[in-house]
Design a protein around this ligand. Structure first.
Ligand code: NCD
Length: 335
């Protein structure tokens, strides 16, 4: 194995190919590309993906499925638990007429015999046209991309990034509020280990956003992400108190405390119930705002909030399939 792989090099890969492949006329520079980090996107190609996602929505609503990716195979390789990401990628591929090799429990695969990530990737790309990977280590998707000839889509690399989630999050913001600019966005909960908030913050750095980072002291946003916000010329406030910000925000993005990342479970117990979004809190929020959550929730949003029209987390989940349909079609040259 080539251990000298530098992950940042791949993660920061520039997006627009110098010599676009002929199939790229249909996919705006995405054909054959890996999707490793939100840093690969700009406002223009985000709008392109969102436009395709909207087309996917109307296609699904009218016909249920299409044959755009007929004959193509997706390998869904998950080393960590997943419900939404794995099933929405699988549904996305099947609704486009493709097929799926699902490895949701690597414990039943040769990974449990000690097979390395590069070898597992080489195996799957022998059978599939695109690989979706979730793995507990930061940079794992970049390593996989280094070895693979086929596109790798990062479905979460440890506490690093979760780019497709951030895309569906931003798409949801645009659909719900009609814009991605001039928004006050509060991110609440586990900002240290939550990869979704890392990716979404990076994406919103391309827009006119103002951030409130609301967390217990031991779960604050990593310094490098705060630096990126500053470098983008945007303002942020860090606070422990959700009541300070609730009346201000257009987007309240709530996250689960990531139990699996703690080495000291006593620390987890101390912060796990730190925030609960309930009707009483919602009464202090603006009429036109949305509550988001990547899900799963484990107590941070009470069920009593579900019927509030501002609760966007189930609609957000639906949007995930359309975004993933758009991404699959794009990297396979068919968008
Ligand atoms: C998130 C993840 O896996 O990072 N889930 C998801 O993909 N929707 C959030 C989480 O697990 O808390």
């Amino acid at each position: 194995m080539n251990t000298a792989v530098t992950m940042t090099a791949r993660t920061d890969a520039t997006y627009v190919p110098v010599n676009p492949h002929p199939a790229d006329q249909f996919s705006n520079g995405f054909y054959g590309r890996d999707i490793l980090s939100v840093r690969q996107f700009n406002r223009e190609n985000l709008q392109y993906i969102f436009r395709v996602a909207e087309e996917m929505r109307s296609m699904v609503e009218r016909f249920g499925s299409a044959d755009l990716l007929q004959g193509k195979i997706l390998a869904n390789l998950f080393y960590e638990p997943s419900t939404r990401t794995s099933s929405s990628f699988s549904a996305a591929m099947q609704r486009l007429g493709g097929r799926v090799i699902a490895i949701n429990e690597v414990v039943y695969s040769s990974v449990s015999k000690g097979e390395s990530l590069p070898d597992t990737i080489r195996t799957l790309e022998s059978y599939a046209d695109v690989i979706v990977l979730r793995h507990p280590e930061v940079g794992s998707a970049a390593i996989a991309a280094h070895y693979a000839r086929k596109p790798i889509i990062n479905a979460g690399d440890g506490v690093g990034e979760h780019p497709t989630q951030a895309l569906l999050d931003l798409f949801t913001i645009q659909e719900e509020l009609g814009r991605c600019d001039d928004l006050k966005v509060a991110m609440v909960g586990d900002l240290k280990y939550g990869r979704t908030v890392h990716s979404l913050t990076r994406l919103l750095n391309m827009y006119r956003a103002e951030f409130y980072f609301v967390s217990p002291d031991i779960l604050t946003m990593p310094p490098e992400i705060l630096e990126e916000v500053k470098a983008a010329g945007l303002r942020y406030t860090e606070t422990r108190d959700i009541h300070e910000v609730i009346g201000e925000v257009d987007v309240l993005y709530v996250t689960r405390v990531q139990k699996e990342r703690f080495t000291d479970l006593a620390q987890y117990e101390a912060v796990k119930d730190y925030y609960v979004v309930d009707p009483e809190l919602m009464a202090r929020a603006k009429d036109k705002m949305i509550v988001m959550h990547p899900l799963p929730r484990v107590g941070e949003i009470s069920y009593a909030v579900d019927d509030d029209p501002r609760a966007a987390y189930f609609r957000q989940m639906v949007n995930g399939m359309y975004i993933r349909m758009a991404l699959l079609a794009a990297v396979l040259g068919k968008a």
